[in-house]
Design a protein around this ligand. Structure first.
Ligand code: NOJ
Length: 758
């Protein structure tokens, strides 16, 4: 087995994370205690530690039947359950823990997990939206607040961050990740792991994080959830794994494998991913949980004959904990006794689980996280709400502002707030909302009403409903395609107003798990509404609330102002109003491109050049004949109420040695009238490689705050190791040759220089 050195740009920043995580999982004293415990455990008790059930409290999968619940409670008492997911609240978790600790022979505490993805009670923007802030401090803070709330409610472990790079907005789960780029994804992964886990897993405001979904899930064919994936080793290493590697280096305590196969091998049964790379090359000491039922799903995948067979494959491949397949608890002991599974594999898996339980302090006090008073206080914290508002406004991306319609004048006579999402207090909470209270978000209408003086008239019309029927995790959104009865009132409201704020997009449960779509345009009657409103009043500010990028079609040209506000969380309405009225100058940048057309997907700015990059006269080059190759809004893009100019970039040396580094500098000037924040981005292109290289790759970014007229020299240190990639030789290294170096405010509009690696 070779050792891959990941000495990319992250290495330096990771070195500054004191005490981060998984290193803290392993220490001689704990290992001794684990040895002692293992020596006392029966085989069945060991297997029990690898068994995870969902409680019936709040399910993120099929609810357990009454019979299954009884089995669970009986097994908990017997010490045959190591973990429960979806049990929440200080009281409920305490009761559940009591069952294990007061009844089982060895009193081993259980670990309670939940999908705490972008908040527990206080919702922050959905992860993709939050990543648009390009503010790693904000991501860390948001994860820490989520952890503080969840930990007070008795939880020990979140199934996040999700770090699947994806180039395909058809895939509904793109909303849960950090977008299309492995470098930004790695930075986001580290920030979130730091936020959830802090410096000390045993602290009462931290919980164990989980790097998921390992691996390749974001590359499901045709963007259809759970679908087949076939990735080359080079794409796996260069594109998919960097966030996971970074999370492992940052000390993430757990990993979750993924539902998909890669090249015919389901991840749950993939020893290359789990044993060779994760536990071998990266030396990961924590444990891997399967995804929900993914051990059992190796049967329909056609990779295992039975649940028993699947269980053997999974434990052998390095899946340590079985989430809801009920395969380990049913078969693993017998498989060991029959000599089909080596008991050392079970021991190793149990050791990994126990390490995390020790680090969380559960052996000192199994109830330490279940604290009713702390829970009450944490869940009602005004500071958490203030932070959610701050992160939400940093996440908003101004896509278009023709005619400078924004920022709006608070003294306008009449503002019409229109659209299916205008007064919606639920959609902004987004999918994967943990214990958010349904309908508890500040709506856009409320945000605008709170922002303007009483002399400004705010009129509201829904126009059309977006969805009808139930809105929850287990229900498919039913789109309204027939009820147009509200359109005339919306037109009337638009006509009466100085300016229209029109809120459209996606319902919370339109993106997320199992929410893949072939069409990512406006669903239902929204385009009809937009058209009717535009005919009544041209001064329209289109506010998009979405989990993913949409294709905007004709509206991109016809509407003067477009703002992407994502599903912005509990304080969404206030945050959007902050931006619309200019109290906050928008600074968000897209973490994933907005395509012009769904047929362009999958797409990334970091594509390969091909042998026929064009443009050429005629048809025989790599282009569509009916549309541009380019996205509507590229990766890294976002406007401000001011404008920024960039000088030509400078490199401190034209050549760089194999262990050297250069400084890349550019002078950024705020050329407008308002103070603003710019995300300055650094890209490179490796012109010739032993494997073909992308036309651009993000290698760094910095947020700078500039007063009107102010200039700042922004300098990046680019090390030779930042140019490394997984080469044809199967090594992580930089290859000598020429590189282009770009700086700019997005991945398209850049200025260029170059250097040579000796
Ligand atoms: C399945 C999802 O894929 C995963 O992300 C989640 O953590 C589990 N269900 C538990 O809810």
């Amino acid at each position: 087995m070779h050792v891959v050195r990941f000495v990319g740009a992250l290495a330096l920043s990771l070195a500054f994370i004191p005490g981060a995580g998984a290193q803290g999982l392993v220490n001689p004293a704990t290992e001794k205690r684990i040895d002692a415990l293992l020596a006392q455990m029966t085989l069945e008790e060991k297997v029990g530690q690898l068994n995870q059930y969902s409680s019936a409290f709040d399910v993120t999968g099929p609810a357990p039947s009454a019979g299954a619940q009884k089995v669970m409670y009986d097994q908990v008492r017997q010490g045959l359950v190591g973990s429960v997911l979806n049990v929440t609240g200080a009281e409920a978790t305490r009761k559940m823990q009591q069952l294990a600790v007061e009844n089982s022979r060895l009193k081993i505490p259980m670990i309670f997990g939940l999908d705490v993805i972008h908040g527990y009670r206080t919702m922050f923007p959905t992860p993709l939206g939050e990543t648009a802030s390009w503010d790693m401090g904000a991501l860390e803070q948001s994860a820490r607040i989520a952890a503080t709330e969840a930990a007070a409610a008795g939880l020990h472990w979140t199934f996040g961050p999700m770090m699947d790079v994806s180039w395909d907005a058809r895939w509904g789960r793109i909303m849960e990740g950090a977008g299309e780029d492995p470098y930004l994804g790695a930075q986001a992964a580290v920030a979130r792991v730091r936020g959830f886990q802090g410096r000390d897993l045993g602290a009462l405001d931290t919980i164990a994080a989980c790097a998921k979904h390992y691996a390749g899930y974001g590359f499901s064919e045709a963007g259809r959830d759970y679908n087949t994936v076939d990735l080359s080793e080079q794409r796996l290493r260069n594109v998919v794994l960097p966030p996971f590697k970074a999370a492992a280096e940052a000390g993430v305590a757990t990993f979750m494998n993924s539902f998909n196969e890669i090249a015919g091998i389901p991840s749950t049964g993939n020893p290359h991913l789990q044993r060779d790379i994760l536990k071998g090359e990266w030396g990961f000491p924590g444990f891997v949980v399967s995804d929900w039922g993914s051990i059992g799903e190796m049967v329909p995948h056609g990779y295992a004959e039975s649940l028993e067979h699947a269980s053997r494959i999974a434990i052998t491949a390095g899946s340590d904990m079985d989430m809801e397949s009920r395969g380990y608890v049913a078969h693993l002991a017998a498989l060991v006794k029959a000599g089909q599974v080596d008991v050392t594999l079970v021991d190793d898996a149990v050791r990994r689980v126990l390490r995390v339980k020790f680090a969380l302090g559960l052996f000192d006090d199994p109830y330490r996280y279940s604290d009713v008073a702390r829970e009450k206080q944490a869940l009602a914290s005004p500071a958490h709400a203030a932070a959610a508002r701050d992160v939400a406004r940093k996440s908003i991306v101004l896509l278009k502002n023709d005619g400078g319609l924004l920022p709006l004048d608070k003294g306008a006579k009449t503002i019409a707030v229109i659209g299916p999402l205008a007064a919606d207090k639920d959609a902004p909470l987004g999918n994967w909302r943990a214990q958010a209270i349904a309908g508890s978000a500040v709506s856009l209408l409320e945000g605008i009403q709170a922002a303007v003086p009483s002399t400004t008239r705010v009129v509201h019309a829904e126009g059309v409903k977006l969805v009808t029927g139930p809105r929850n995790f287990m229900a498919r959104s039913v789109i309204n395609t027939t009820d147009r009865s509200g359109i005339p009132a919306a037109v009337e409201a638009a006509r009466s107003a100085d300016v229209v704020v029109l809120a459209v997009g996606e319902d919370a449960f339109q993106s997320g798990e199992g929410r893949s779509q072939v069409d990512i345009g406006f669903k239902g009657l929204q385009e009809e509404l937009i058209k009717a409103v535009l005919e009544a009043n041209k001064r329209v500010v289109l506010v998009l609330m979405t989990g993913r990028p949409l294709t905007l079609g004709w509206t991109a040209d016809s509407v003067p102002v477009i703002v992407e506000a994502w599903h912005g969380g509990s304080q969404a309405g206030h945050a959007i109003a902050d931006v619309l009225f200019g109290d906050t100058n928008p600074s968000g940048k897209l973490p994933v491109a907005f395509p012009r057309h769904v047929g362009q997907l999958p797409m990334t700015y970091a594509h390969k050049n091909t042998g026929r990059p064009g443009p050429e006269p005629g048809v025989t080059w790599s282009a569509y004949t009916d549309m541009s190759n380019d996205p509507l809004y590229p990766f890294g893009y976002g406007l401000s109420y001011t404008t920024f100019t960039y000088s030509e970039p400078r490199v401190s040396a034209a050549q760089i040695g194999r262990d050297g580094s250069v400084q890349v500098s550019t002078t950024v000037t705020n050329a407008g009238q308002r103070a603003g924040v710019e995300v300055v981005q650094l890209y490179v292109r490796d012109l010739v490689g032993s494997l073909t290289r992308p036309v651009k790759e993000l290698k760094g970014f910095q947020k700078v705050d500039l007063q009107p007229g102010q200039s700042r020299e922004v300098t990046f240190t680019l090390r030779a190791s930042d140019l490394a990639f997984y080469t044809a030789a199967g090594k992580w290294e930089a290859e000598p040759g020429a590189f282009k170096v770009f700086v700019g405010g997005n991945s398209r509009d850049v200025k260029e220089t170059g250097l040579t690696l000796k």
